[in-house]
Design a protein around this ligand. Structure first.
Ligand code: FEO
Length: 175
């Protein structure tokens, strides 16, 4: 019976568990970005609100990509519980700093998953992860470039609205 059960899945229990943990991280990112979108909208920062709404959608797409992968390999995907979603943020700049910190955390998580895949000799999942690792380069880059706008323009006077106007022009050119 045990051997029959084993035939149902091509991923180890450890890999299944860390992928499900990452599903939860992506769902949490999606919820945080939606909260940031609402906060920016409330401040009249329309472009930033759109930026974070799109980010939120992207994170949900990432979550589903991993969720569906676990199922495709014969594992059991877990729909995550999401808690500790902030409502208020201290400042406009603080929102982007938190977004960058979140992306750096996600990059670290993917590095750890890649490391476990190598240790488990799960090269199929290691290959699946490459898309996410490349995506992290872009996501961190965009946050850093937007934070530079805060340094260059400053938030004083109409600065916040100038930053909001310019942040739509930030694009990743590394592809
Ligand atoms: Fe799905 Fe922004 O990491």
């Amino acid at each position: 019976m045990k051997d029959l059960l084993k035939l149902k899945t091509s991923i180890s229990e450890e890999i299944e568990n860390i992928l499900n943990a990452q599903v939860k991280v992506e769902a949490h990112s999606s919820a945080i970005y939606l909260a940031m979108s609402a906060w920016c909208d409330d401040q009249g920062l329309d472009n930033a609100a759109d930026f974070f709404a799109k980010q939120s959608d992207e994170e949900r797409a990432h979550m589903l990509k991993i969720f569906n992968y676990i199922s495709a390999r014969g594992g059991r995907s877990i729909s995550p519980e999401v808690s500790n979603v902030p409502v208020d943020f201290e400042s406009f700049r603080g929102v982007f700093e938190q977004a960058l910190a979140q992306e750096m955390f996600v990059t670290e998580q993917f590095n750890k998953i890649a490391d476990r895949c190598m240790a488990n000799k799960d090269f199929v999942t290691f290959n699946f992860l490459q898309w996410f690792l490349a995506e992290q380069v872009e996501e961190e880059y965009v946050c850093r470039r937007i934070l530079e706008l805060f340094d260059v323009i400053g938030e004083e006077g109409t600065g916040k609205w100038e930053i909001d106007r310019h942040l739509v022009k930030v694009k990743f050119a590394g592809e």
